[in-house]
Design a protein around this ligand. Structure first.
Ligand code: ATP
Ligand code: MG
Length: 773
């Protein structure tokens, strides 16, 4: 019975890891070396390490805290807000830069192609295809040669980072640069992907770099900003960066805050809400100012298009009861197509990572080029087979231009058609994605697109989006998702219009609901998506409908698989801890989850030779430290990190000849080492056990670990259920948790009243109150 239980326990404990693909692939993708992988694989097959978000309250930390006065605290708060300001400004400027570049490249491309196809279709196609290819090639080159971690959207990795997983290279300066320029190439080159996911990553990179005071490697560092040493502070900044990314991508500041809260963070504090909100507000202001400046034509083709254009004036004001059914159907279609999208992209990405991309960078580049050519052929070729549609009767003051002039945005792309005609398929296919979305959302009561064109576009674009996802270029899924969703939404809208002829129904409204439903069905976000959709369309009246379709599509999608980012995180070997523990964990205790583990620990005073051999003998990053009382009782006095041990071994400063611990009666412990190095967890990536060179004399020395260890690690009793352990671990963002037998003595009892301490109150003077008092 017990052994069954134990087996169950171990199975569940490994549950979260068991579905992960093997580590070589992950390492290949994230750029870590084979040696690194080997080290981790020997242990448990997981090629990732966690981040230390826990505050290590060792001597160094306490000394530093004691030194800090009110001025320092005020300065810290000030710097936090300055950093939020800089993150917001930086991300907004990056978004504006990307948009200006994309719009200009796309504007030139379309103007040139339009001009050439007046003379020769073939020459026009060739130019169009070559420009696309050149842009996409530049993006693929940047990713493969310069910044491999900038491929994809980056959201799964950032989600992992905020969940406590360290993915190699995701927050580097070169990744930031690669992401910015790579996105310009991939989006400008007309691939079926967007720049919104990358902007989240860009925001996170900017935040992380600012948090560490700049980039050391590129000598761009400011001492004034370098006050945030812990991973915890950096995590908060990265959260601000993610919100800034979404706020900049959609010009949706509240949506950005909610996106950070709902989708990317694992830990949220109310103080953080303020700062994230402030960052998003800054983004909104900077983007709007930049737009205002660009309006006067200073930014080339930018100003007419880009990220601002989705606020559709007009739009369906009201809806009738009969419409709820077709809207629910849109929710169901969104759930089904979204789940299918996640599954297909998972399989293709898995195949790519395991087989195709293992053949090297050249294959990755060739693959992207093939996808680019196919995209060009489809987007140029298909509209050629489409009959032209006569322009609708528009009055001269409406501002609607049909057909539109080359290089200008509008609903009616002329392509090869005559004077007063437009090509509906070219209007969505042969266009920048932002303009295409604007066209699909367009709220007019006329049929601008034929059902056949919408269906063709849906099938083709869906296939292209699936194939493009996972190629070696920066790629976001928001915009393709909106395009796919709005196409079938509009199709349903057309059907509803012809069915309920008396109602005042606009296809554009259904397109919007379709977009929401597909994103809900694929990404499984609800609140943030809802707010983003409202913010980008400026139509608050549709809020209840968007909520309805999102709820339905999420529920339907959840019945089939996980959300897109969770699936991709799993594929990349990022072991996310979900917010809820698995049900089976209720029947397993902490001890059972540890299995027959032999704990590797250190005594308080340890021989250097032993430290070296223990560190070489395993890959663990945290070790309990044990001491004995005078009566011979064993005591766990703390937890020491591998990274701190490596620093101690390398510097040799704290080696001592005596195997005896320093007694507190002899005065304060003499620490020769610069303690500031121990306030935060040192990155174990920086230093490896192979970098340590010790002489035979050194090996015979001892180290007293007491000043360097974390004296207050979190501890749970052995029979605590794994559910409780999970919640504790997840909610506190822990990396190590010690499991101990029942405690033998109690020295106190903490209740709410002991934690209600006034500001400036002397903690030693707090009078403990009893419940009756
Ligand atoms: P992380 O990988 O999350 O950064 P870590 O590297 O310290 O933390 P691992 O060594 O990767 O932890 O953990 C792998 C397995 O080894 C886990 O099942 C864990 O329970 C076990 N383990 C970790 N530390 C020790 C230790 N000091 N002694 C014995 N087993 C350990
Ligand atoms: Mg590990």
């Amino acid at each position: 019975m017990l052994s069954n239980h134990l087996q169950n326990g171990m199975d569940t404990a490994k549950l979260m890891w068991s579905r992960l693909p093997k580590s070589e692939v992950e390492a290949e993708a994230d750029g870590s070396t084979a040696d690194e992988v080997g080290r981790y694989k020997k242990n448990d097959g997981i090629a990732v390490e966690s981040l230390d978000y826990e505050v290590i309250e060792n001597c160094a930390y306490r000394q530093e805290q004691a030194k800090r006065g009110k001025i320092y605290r005020a300065y810290t708060v000030l710097v936090k807000w300055i950093l939020a300001l800089l993150i917001g400004t930086g991300t907004a400027l990056a978004a504006v830069f990307i948009n200006i570049s994309v719009e200009n490249f796309a504007g030139w491309k379309y103007s040139l192609t339009f001009n050439i196809i007046q003379k020769s279709y073939f020459a026009g196609f060739l130019v169009y295809m070559l420009i696309n290819l050149a842009l996409v090639l530049s993006s693929a080159w940047i990713i493969t040669q310069f910044a491999p971690a900038a491929a994809g959207s980056g959201i799964p990795e950032i989600k992992g980072y905020l969940n406590g997983i360290d993915t190699h290279g995701i927050l580097l300066f070169r990744t930031l640069i690669g992401k910015i320029f790579g996105s310009i190439g991939s989006v400008g080159g007309g691939l079926a992907l967007g720049k919104e996911g990358p902007l989240v990553h860009i925001g996170a990179c900017i935040a992380s770099l600012l948090g560490q005071g700049g980039s050391t490697k590129y000598h761009l560092r400011s001492r004034w900003l370098q006050i945030f040493t812990s991973e915890r502070d950096r995590r908060d900044l990265v959260t601000c960066g993610c919100a800034a990314g979404v706020a900049a991508a959609f010009r949706a500041p509240v949506g950005g805050v909610l996106f950070a809260l709902e989708e990317v963070t694992s830990w949220w504090r109310s103080q953080l809400m303020w700062r994230v909100f402030f960052t998003s507000a800054i983004v909104a202001v900077v983007v709007r100012s930049a737009m205002g400046w660009c309006k006067s034509g200073k930014c080339g083709h930018f100003g007419d298009g880009g990220f601002i254009i989705w606020d559709i004036s007009g739009g369906q004001e009201d809806y009738s009861f009969q419409e709820l059914l077709p809207m629910a159907v849109i929710g169901v279609i969104g759930g089904l197509l979204g789940a299918l999208f996640n599954q297909l992209t998972y399989y293709i990405a898995y195949w790519r990572r395991n087989y195709l991309h293992k053949r090297g960078n050249r294959v990755k580049v060739v693959e992207v080029c093939i996808v680019s050519v196919i995209t060009s052929v489809i987007s140029f070729g298909l509209p050629l087979f489409k009959k032209c549609t006569p322009c609708p009767d528009t009055d001269a003051n409406s501002g609607i231009e049909c057909p539109r002039r080359p290089g200008m945005y509008g609903n009616y792309v002329n392509f090869y058609c005559g004077e007063k005609e437009y090509n509906d398929l070219a209007t969505i296919f042969f266009n920048t994605q932002d303009d295409a979305i604007r066209n699909l959302f367009s709220a007019k009561t006329i049929h601008e697109f034929s059902a056949q064109s919408l269906l063709t576009f849906l099938v083709m674009f869906y296939s292209l989006a699936v194939v493009t996802f996972g190629t070696a270029v920066p790629a976001g899924q928001f915009v393709p998702g909106i395009m796919i969703g709005s196409t079938y939404g509009r199709l349903v809208g057309m059907f509803v219009v012809s069915f309920y002829q008396k109602l005042n129904i606009e296809e554009g409204t259904y397109a919007l609901l379709g977009a929401a439903s597909f994103l809900g069905g694929s990404m499984r976000m609800t609140v943030s998506l809802c707010v983003i959709m409202v913010e980008i369309t400026n139509n608050l009246k549709l809020l209840p409908l968007i909520m309805l379709v999102l709820l339905i599509s999420k529920a339907v999608g959840d019945a089939f698989n996980e959300g897109l980012y969770e699936e991709q995180a799993r594929l990349r070997g990022i072991p996310l801890l979900e917010s809820r523990p698995k049900y089976q964990m209720r029947n397993i205790t902490a001890k059972e989850a540890c299995g027959n583990q032999q704990v590797v620990y250190f005594p308080r005073v340890v021989k250097v030779m032993d430290v070296l051999s223990i560190l070489k003998g395993n890959n663990h990053n945290g070790f309990p430290v044990i001491d004995h009382t005078r009566s011979g009782e064993t005591l766990v006095i703390g937890l020491i990190l591998r990274s701190h041990l490596l620093v101690l071994l390398q510097s040799k400063v704290d080696f001592q000849h005596s195997p005896l611990p320093f007694s507190s009666r002899d005065g304060p412990i003499p620490i020769r080492h610069n303690l500031t190095e121990f306030v935060k967890p040192v990155s174990s990536k920086g230093l490896s056990i192979h970098d340590i060179h010790l002489t035979p004399d050194d090996l015979e020395m001892y180290i007293d670990l007491a000043p360097f260890l974390n004296p207050s690690p979190y501890v749970v009793p052995e029979d605590m259920s794994l559910t409780k352990v999970y919640n504790l671990f997840r909610q506190l963002g822990l990396r190590h948790l010690l499991v101990v037998p029942h405690a033998s003595r109690v020295v106190g009892m903490i209740t709410r009243k002991d934690l209600l301490i006034e500001d400036n109150e002397d903690i030693a003077g707090v009078e403990l109150q009893t419940t009756s008092g």
